[in-house]
Design a protein around this ligand. Structure first.
Ligand code: THU
Length: 156
């Protein structure tokens, strides 16, 4: 038996003022999207913004339901809207925010949903995680948030 280790790296920024312009703008769009969340049950409003290769920025927010599991996270709202409006257009980056004072990392289901697009487009998708204020985290890919990933290659 051997022990294998996987390590992940991510950037930590003090705040958005030092972030590269494109990333700061995307985070700002994610922050704005939180105000359009429908989250009467959890009260936890999340926003996501996706930058596409064609220059479009798609925003999404969490949409809850009285039958709790029916609700959808902000990231998947934005992802599926982007893919339905602009099928096949590559995703350049995604930003996620909540009305918190610390970064919000995407849930496991959204990591898997984002991974689908990253593997199919064969181009890494940087993930920028922020709150309303506070530190910002950034990974260079979705895959780094999901070690030992399951993707379409395993179905062959
Ligand atoms: N939520 C998101 O929208 N994205 C995440 O990555 C984490 C959780 C939402 C789902 C639910 O509406 C609320 O936050 C509380 O879990």
């Amino acid at each position: 038996m051997i022990i294998r280790r996987l390590t992940i790296e991510f950037e930590e920024w003090e705040n958005e003022t030092t972030l590269p312009e494109m990333e700061a703008k995307l985070l700002q769009m994610a922050r704005k999207a939180t105000s359009r969340a429908y989250a009467p049950y959890s009260g936890f409003k999340v926003g996501a913004a996706i930058m596409l290769e064609n220059g479009e920025i798609i925003q999404g927010s969490n949409q809850e339901n009285s039958s709790y599991p029916v609700g959808t996270c902000a990231e998947r709202t934005a992802l599926y809207y982007a893919s339905s409006q602009f099928p096949g257009v590559k995703i350049k980056a995604i930003a996620i925010s909540a009305e918190t004072g610390e970064p919000i990392p995407p849930c496991g289901m959204c990591r898997q949903a984002m991974l689908e697009f990253e593997t199919i487009q064969n181009l890494n998708i940087p993930v920028i995680m922020g709150g309303k204020t506070g530190k910002i985290w950034k990974t260079s890919s979705v895959g780094s948030l999901l070690p030992l990933q399951f993707d379409h290659n395993h179905l062959k």
